[in-house]
Design a protein around this ligand. Structure first.
Ligand code: ADP
Ligand code: ADP
Length: 227
């Protein structure tokens, strides 16, 4: 479903953000992407969404080489992706429900339909009771769950989340993570970047990045073995 073949990314004037990444994520997998700040996690996620292009190598999503995607192919790609990136950029001048309806309205879904699906999405993240609220009236964790509802309202095949639990207390972080895992439970492929170790405990698969390279074990564990 997602494949990286010898992918490197150099931003101008910087050391390589990603070096020679080979990676394969199958349909329906739940994968955590971990590693210290600056390791390249965001860059890797942004490449899948064609927000960055590889300097070399190929990124394939659903069999399509993202590097060869024409601008007209972007909507095709994005329809298959639910993006939960920081900052979550909810619109503060309209209700929670209107925020979640937005992706559907943009693609021309009839309003009544969009509203029904937005309510269903809010229900899935446990926020149906807040449909009429203003986003700023919600806690950080609730706002993040609204962002999740907005990201999945189009029923994407793939969810990409970048540090979805950043700045949240433990209880809120757990609820955000459960909401994401619930979508994995219904067959959605999920790739979640986090440097929050406590989120990795029961993870079916964890990929570690360090200075732009995939490593088998995180540095902390290796250091612990040495000392
Ligand atoms: P992470 O998400 O793991 O914190 P990033 O992918 O954000 O890592 O960053 C990887 C490296 O690429 C860092 O050294 C960062 O400074 C650099 N970088 C990220 N985005 C840009 C950019 N738009 N321009 C220049 N350098 C960038
Ligand atoms: P409805 O038939 O009223 O749209 P569903 O229960 O079938 O309600 O779906 C409700 C919501 O589930 C959708 O509006 C969407 O927000 C969310 N969803 C997103 N992706 C998926 C998925 N892959 N599988 C199931 N539900 C999804």
């Amino acid at each position: 479903m997602i494949e990286f073949h010898r992918v490197s990314k150099h931003y101008a004037r910087n050391a390589a953000a990603l070096s020679d990444i080979d990676l394969r994520i199958d349909k329906g997998e739940l994968v955590f992407l971990s590693g210290p700040s600056g390791a390249g996690k965001s860059t890797l996620l942004r490449m899948i969404a064609a927000m960055e292009r590889p300097t070399s190598g190929t990124v394939t999503v659903n069999g399509q080489d993202i590097g060869k995607l024409k601008p007209s192919g972007l909507p095709w790609l994005r329809r298959n992706l639910g993006l939960i990136f920081q900052p979550h950029s909810l619109l503060t001048d309209r209700s929670v429900l209107a925020n979640v309806m937005l992706p559907l309205m943009v693609t021309g879904t009839p309003r009544a339909d969009a509203e029904k699906r937005a309510r269903a999405a809010l229900d899935k993240v446990g926020l149906l009771g807040h449909a009429a609220s203003e986003p700023l009236a919600l806690s950080g964790g609730e706002q993040q769950r609204v962002a999740i509802a907005r990201a999945i309202v189009n029923r994407p095949q793939i969810i990409l989340a970048d540090e979805p639990t950043a700045n949240l207390d433990r209880a809120s972080a757990n609820r955000v993570m459960s909401a994401l895992k619930a979508f994995h439970g219904v067959g959605v492929t999920c790739l979640i970047a986090t440097h929050d170790e406590s989120m990795l405990r029961d993870a079916p698969r964890v990929i570690y990045l360090e200075r732009g390279r995939l490593v088998d074990f995180p540095a902390e564990e290796m250091n612990a073995e040495v000392t």
